[in-house]
Write a protein of this length. Structure first.
Length: 251
């Protein structure tokens, strides 16, 4: 991914905004690392991601500081989707050898205004003084792959209502917030986006959502979606059990 939505760019301190990254540095050097590692920042408004390229040179990629994005991959006008947010590391494969003989379409949709730290070649030079961070950033890429694998396991469920129920509990592990009547996932996901996330037709998703609402387990609310009851038992072997600790504690 190498495009941004507008000309605004300034600087940011990734370790200040992403404390989990800073924890990779030993306490005695952590404050120095937070102050030393400075990158460019780009801001993208909600909507289709369009604009001029973001130069990375020999850098690592783009670190999501804030926002929610959907990565869509299509073959013959049928799309799958990947949901991304804070802490994810993105990188364009432009210039790399093709990995598929199929003709693929890639595009991005910004669901919530997004800020990205540009981990470019200059950042890599800064990183030389704090090599522990390289492993932590690589772990972020591995976690993204694992989350996508969980989503693939979900879409292999036979029933679309089951896929949606499992998907929302999977999303709750990352974005969920507990309140008295259930768990809110504060994501404005349209029926079309949900259809791409669960590999189904949009009318089928609409019918399945209606059924889940009738059963009292999932319904739309002003700021997203509300889950009630317990996660489906099938979610356990799909991974992400550590994520649910955040939901139990209020996120």
């Amino acid at each position: 991914m190498t495009r941004l939505g507008g000309p605004n760019a300034n600087v940011c301190y990734p370790l200040q905004e992403d404390p989990e990254l800073a924890e990779a540095i030993e306490p005695a050097r952590r404050e120095a690392a937070v102050d030393a590692l400075v990158t460019r920042q780009v801001t993208i408004p909600a909507g289709a991601w369009q604009g001029r390229p973001v130069p990375l040179d020999g850098g690592i990629g783009l670190l999501v500081l804030e926002g929610v994005l959907v990565h869509r991959v299509g073959i013959d006008e049928r799309y799958s989707a990947e949901l991304l947010g804070e802490g994810d590391v993105l990188r364009s494969l432009r210039g790399e050898p093709p990995t598929s003989t199929l003709t693929l379409t890639h595009n991005w949709v910004i669901l919530e205004p997004t800020r990205l730290a540009v981990l470019d070649e200059r950042f890599v030079r800064q990183l030389g003084a704090f090599p522990q961070l390289a492993g932590r950033l690589f772990t972020r890429s591995v976690l993204r792959t694992r989350q996508f694998a969980v989503n693939m396991a979900i879409v292999h469920q036979a029933r679309v209502d089951t896929r949606l129920h499992m998907l929302f509990w999977h999303l709750a592990g990352r974005w969920g917030r507990v309140r008295s009547d259930g768990v809110v996932i504060p994501l404005r996901l349209t029926h079309t986006t949900l259809a791409e996330l669960v590999a189904a037709r949009r009318p089928t998703v609409t019918s399945a959502l209606t059924d889940l609402a009738r059963r009292g387990v999932l319904r739309p609310v002003d700021n997203g979606w509300l889950l009630s009851g317990e996660p489906p038992s099938e979610i356990s072997p799909l991974g992400g059990e550590a994520r649910y600790e955040g939901v139990a504690e209020g996120g």
